[in-house]
Design a protein around this ligand. Structure first.
Ligand code: KG4
Ligand code: ZN
Length: 337
């Protein structure tokens, strides 16, 4: 079965075609709105919804063309039902539902984070259930125990800012634009370690909870104190602090669960320093780490198409809602079944 995947939860319009029989991603395309939102220093929900509407049709055409398929070949449509921005989700859901209705094929609503945490299964080197997943995105920082598709147990999460949010806010303080995570990571590469000292929040708390909001405050305090702070060294210390905390908590999660595979998903999972540190820790303590392909770390339609395929294979039928549908801007992953 050919599945069209549609992601519109925030500021990326992602479309993809996944062939569930051949277990192959045929094509995917992402349009990122970041340039449009940059002037405002963050995502403007209204603008995001309108832009998704502009991109959905051309991107659908593009993936069909690249995948060498026709619209009539689509056997199901999977779309992000939540969590995310209500208007942005509605744009994708309305498009997905109408298309499915017109083609007389099923439409299936997918949890955005389920998409992220199953995305490493799309790689050639894929993990096996059960595994521990670290979800690190702009909105979430969570450790989950993933038993199988639909069985997710929350092990711990951030009490305040997400790791990606801390990256973005700190990048903004350093004048690196929005979203500054990747730029901050690049700047840190040329920075000297240990020139500044930032806290490692909750690193010794003994549990799997996180807290990142104090870090940006610490960066701000440091910047006020120093007459001319060396930005690259500050960036280096910030990245080191976040990475050390994430690695320590992942390692503790492996110990506590007794599992041997760790999956890293979400935008911050693209971070080079995090990958290098996790790989080193895994090699030293004897667990395996799996990442999605770098281009599938940030928001995309491929993970939604793939999660849709797994759910349809698992016999998940689509609730008979008639023509009505809704989206879930807030949706707890642990409530899925
Ligand atoms: O998963 P994602 O695309 O969207 C959400 O669902 O939030 O993650 C976006 C987040 C942003 O905060 C962005 O700055 C961060 O991931 N990010 C990175 C890197 N690439 C993306 N943070 C650090 N290093 C990176 N290389
Ligand atoms: Zn995401």
């Amino acid at each position: 079965m050919l599945i069209l995947g549609i992601e519109t939860s925030c500021d990326e319009t992602g479309l993809a075609l996944y062939d569930a029989d051949a277990r192959q991603l045929l094509a995917h395309a992402v349009y990122s709105q970041t340039a449009m939102h940059e002037a405002y220093g963050g995502v403007v929900p209204e603008l995001a919804s309108r832009d998704h509407l502009r991109r959905l049709v051309p991107l659908s055409r593009q993936v069909l063309e690249r995948g060498g398929r026709r619209i009539a070949d689509i056997g199901a449509v999977a779309y992000t039902e939540g969590p995310g921005l209500a208007g942005a989700l509605l744009a994708g859901a309305a498009f997905a539902r109408s298309l499915a209705q017109a083609l007389a094929v099923p439409a299936i609503g997918i949890h955005h984070l389920e998409g992220h945490l199953l995305s490493p299964l799309l790689s050639t080197r894929a993990p096996q259930f059960p595994f521990v997943a670290l979800l690190v995105s702009g909105g979430h920082t969570q450790l989950m125990r993933v038993q199988q598709v639909g069985r997710y147990e929350l092990l711990g999460e951030t009490q305040d800012d997400a790791a990606g949010e801390a990256f973005d806010k700190t990048a903004q303080l350093l004048g690196l634009g929005y979203p500054g995570g990747p730029a901050l990571s690049r700047l840190a590469e040329s920075g000297k370690p240990k020139r500044y000292r930032l806290p490692r929040p909750m690193i010794t708390s003994g549990d799997l909870e996180f807290s990142f909001s104090g870090l940006k405050t610490a960066v701000l305090t440091l910047m006020k104190k120093e007459i001319q702070p060396e930005k690259k060294d500050l960036a280096r210390e910030f990245v080191d602090a976040v990475v050390e905390v994430l690695v320590a908590k992942c390692s503790l999660a492996m110990e506590k669960t007794g599992l041997t595979q760790l999956v890293v998903a979400g935008g911050v999972g693209a971070n080079k320093q995090l990958r290098a540190a996790l790989d080193a820790k895994a090699a030293a303590t004897g667990f395996d780490v799996f990442y999605p392909e770098p281009e599938l770390c940030t928001d995309n339609g491929a993970m939604i198409a793939f999660a849709g395929a797994l759910r349809l294979q698992a016999g998940n039928t689509i609730p008979a809602t008639g023509h009505a549908f809704s989206v879930r801007p807030r949706w707890d992953l642990a409530t899925l079944s």
